[in-house]
Design a protein around this ligand. Sequence first.
Ligand SMILES: Nc1nc2c(c(=O)[nH]1)N[C@H]1C(S)=C(S)[C@@H](COP(=O)(O)O)O[C@H]1N2
Ligand SMILES: [Mo]
Length: 475
Amino acid sequence: MGRSRITNTTGDVESSLFSFNRRRFFSLLAALGAGSLPTGAAETAKQGMIVRSVRPLDLEMPLDGFSTWITPIERFFVRSHHYIPKVELQEWRLDIQGEVQKQVSLTMADLEKLPQIEVVAVLECAGNGRGLYEPSMPGLQWEYGAVGNARWRGVRLADVLKLAGLKDSAREVVFDGADVPVGKMPDFQRALPLNRALHRDTLLALSMNGRPLPLEHGYPLRLVVPGWAGDCWTKWVRRINVLPQEFEGFFMKSAYRHPRNAVMPGSSVDAASMEPVTSLRVKSIIASPREGSVLGPGAARIRGVAWSGKDPVRSVEVSTDAGRTWKAARFGKEQGSYAWRLWEMEWTPPGPGYYTLMARATDSAGDTQPFVQEWNPSGYLYNAVHTIGVSVAREKDRQEPAPAVSGRGDFPPEFRRACLSCHEDDVIVQQRLTRAQWDREVDKMIRWGAPVKPETKNSIVEFLAERYGARPRKR
Ligand SMILES: Nc1nc2c(c(=O)[nH]1)N[C@H]1C(S)=C(S)[C@@H](COP(=O)(O)O)O[C@H]1N2
Ligand SMILES: [Mo]
């Protein structure tokens, strides 16, 4: 896919490094809502999201979003490594190639003829909770809301692969999305092992919550891999390549890997000795009350959601005394093998004071959440017990804290061109890294096409380490 690159406001481009493709620039503008789009391919107007990055688009759902069984599309998180592609349905084909009996090129109408399956499933980014790790690491600083529960409808991947016919040599299935890489970043391609690709619940979804897939969630076709982390759920799937061996692409061999066992916080681990992230971990979140709330005296209700990857959630226990004693929460009636469950518990505080509330889920295999998050280099699969503090007042004066807001930094003009050609400063100012980490990040950005002059690299690193250096963050 193309290698074009767009600057922030002026639209001028580093012609020495990139060829500027005007057509693609304007198709991007169209995809971002400035032009007309084919029916169904609209980006959703999102409501009250935490903005992690505006370009590419990365949005997090705030904690109050954990109050409904199905997450409305307006509140569903967005994770995109690259810019959202332009999609024209008439031209859209799903090409299947590689270790197949015959190559096929399917239209959306072909896919609509296959049996349509529905599954309610949690989609959670592997990096959800990265911002809670100590020491911190580079990347989007997601806290709790890079996750949602939606109703996905589409065709079984196994049925689609049957149309091409797999050869005996087939080992892995690689999915290529139509998104355009930012700068010289590697293209987003992800592989599934054959058994997961042929699993009866692995879908190519055409719809989400009863609507055509919204553009930012992968219109017209995305992979749904229930129980597995979001990085496997390729959006805008245009090409499926069946391989006779393991796929070597960047997003399999370098990214989305974690050590099988915990490592010393802050250590670096060779990618080859790590393994790909697959199943989600068992996890629960307290949606209400929120951290810092002041409750009135009398009965209160603690509620939230819980989910897991491999085995269904069996129980959620809640503590209102920092983990000394626990009481089972009651589940809501909605459930599904891959869906999250709502839970709640009545609580009458013994008196005015400050209380530490915790929620802990356990799955049917007995796996449960840790109290201390063990560390991994990229901050994946965070699932430590969600802990919040609330006050109980003498009088009836319940207060909810203001929702989280996210701000832009005031990035100095002399570094704007070098650092903000492909993205804005929002993704930078949320990170807190050591000098060595910033140095590696800047080198990575240079490899991925950032127009950094050798003589300014050091002053950029200096500035980043000084202004956005590693220090304990307030939460
Ligand atoms: N083509 C493509 N597919 C993609 C991505 C991407 O950047 N490009 N991001 C992945 C990641 S890391 C996640 S967590 C999910 C997020 O899906 P959502 O944006 O619909 O919430 O999409 C996955 N599929
Ligand atoms: Mo992700």
